[in-house]
Design a binder for this molecule. Structure first.
Ligand SMILES: NC(=O)c1ccc[n+]([C@@H]2O[C@H](COP(=O)([O-])OP(=O)(O)OC[C@H]3O[C@@H](n4cnc5c(N)ncnc54)[C@H](OP(=O)(O)O)[C@@H]3O)[C@@H](O)[C@H]2O)c1
Length: 321
């Protein structure tokens, strides 16, 4: 089968389109014919090993999983003999950042992993990008224990995580102030934000509202900068480690006292989360924002674009045209 393979850590160019063996599903696995995947910051992080710590999962000296692609949508082509939840021909989607494998024509994964049948109203094109940004957003929102009616801020609302966070926070009943660039103000309003601040024309740190939760979905702010905007026991979360890894240390030190806190939750995903996101898609409460698409042959260009830091929402990878 055709796959985008990387055998060493490095820039987008380490990824090559190659023929490799089609996976054989084990007894508890489904074999999926992948129709769409995405190229996202999780794939980029594992490929570049920019943060050395990722190598403890992906292989210390070289990658142990040679095919990336943590989210996908496709069709079940075969099932292992103990599989009961899925049948040949089912349209499924899901997320796997342990074994990856979506950047290939076929993928095998356990039936109890973070996979589910596709939303009834989704195409393969919209189904692949449902999970990556949204599960990070969901994990952080849950960690912050956001209450209905509370004022929250999403800084960097145009990324995959930020654009999902705005929609999920609205679903949970929060009043959302979103910060983004000029060109995406209307888009972010359309996702339900109550107020949109254009960071190119307004300084978000100067506004009067105080927030119980500030979520920096692009990791460009700091706790010091956002602290004055937090309520007494307000929570700050960033998707990045911050300068000199300060968000880890701040999470530890602020946990020891009352008052404004930094959290640094570990992202997790379960099949229940996938089912939850599927329900939100079916009711229209959540739609992944899609910027553009690339074919598998153009995956290096897709990585370059994702790593420009300029994507709006998600980048779809078409495995089957
Ligand atoms: N290491 C990992 O495994 C991993 C996995 C997932 C995510 N992450 C991190 O999570 C963050 C978000 O990822 P993502 O995929 O959701 O989004 P992303 O692709 O990093 O976000 C791109 C968006 O952020 C906006 N942006 C850039 N600089 C900004 C700034 N200073 N203020 C406000 N907006 C800004 C960009 O638009 P403009 O520049 O035009 O405003 C663009 O629309 C990234 O930092 C990423 O590295 C890491």
């Amino acid at each position: 089968m055709k796959a985008a393979v990387y055998t060493r850590y490095g820039p987008p160019e380490v990824v090559k389109i190659t023929e490799i063996d089609k996976p054989e599903p084990k007894d508890n696995e489904v074999l999926v014919k992948v129709i769409t995947s995405t190229v996202n910051r999780t794939d980029s992080g594992f490929r570049s090993a920019q943060y050395f710590v990722s190598r403890f999962w992906s292989g210390l000296f070289r990658p142990k999983n040679r095919v990336l692609g943590c989210e996908f949508a496709g069709i079940v082509e075969d099932t292992g003999k103990s599989v009961i939840r899925f049948r040949k021909g089912d349209k499924i989607f899901g997320f796997d950042d342990n074994n990856f494998g979506g950047h290939a024509e076929y993928l095998a994964l356990a039936e109890n992993s973070a996979i589910a049948s596709m939303p009834s109203n989704a195409t393969f094109y919209d189904a692949a990008p449902i999970t990556e940004g949204a599960h990070y957003a969901l994990g952080n929102i849950r960690a912050a224990r956001v209450e209905k009616g509370s004022d929250v801020m999403v800084y960097g609302a145009t990324g995959a995580i930020g654009s999902a966070a705005v929609q999920l926070l609205k679903y949970f009943g929060a009043n959302v102030t979103a910060v983004c660039n000029t060109k995406n103000v209307e888009l972010i309003k359309s996702l339900g934000a109550n107020r949109v601040i254009d960071y190119q024309t307004e300084d978000f740190t100067k506004i009067d509202t105080r927030f119980s939760f500030i979520f920096d979905a692009v990791g460009k702010s700091s706790f010091g900068q956002c602290k004055p905007l937090l309520t007494k026991n307000g929570v700050y979360i960033s998707t990045e480690l911050g300068k000199n890894g300060e968000n880890i240390f701040l999470a530890l030190s602020t946990a020891l006292r009352n008052g404004k806190r930094v959290l640094f939750p570990t992202p997790t995903i379960t099949q229940e989360d996938i089912l939850f996101l599927r329900d939100l898609f079916e009711t229209g409460a959540f739609r992944p924002v899609i910027d553009r698409d690339y074919t598998l042959d153009k995956i290096v260009d897709a990585y370059r674009y994702v790593e420009s830091g300029q994507k709006t929402g998600n980048v779809v990878l078409k495995i089957v045209e």
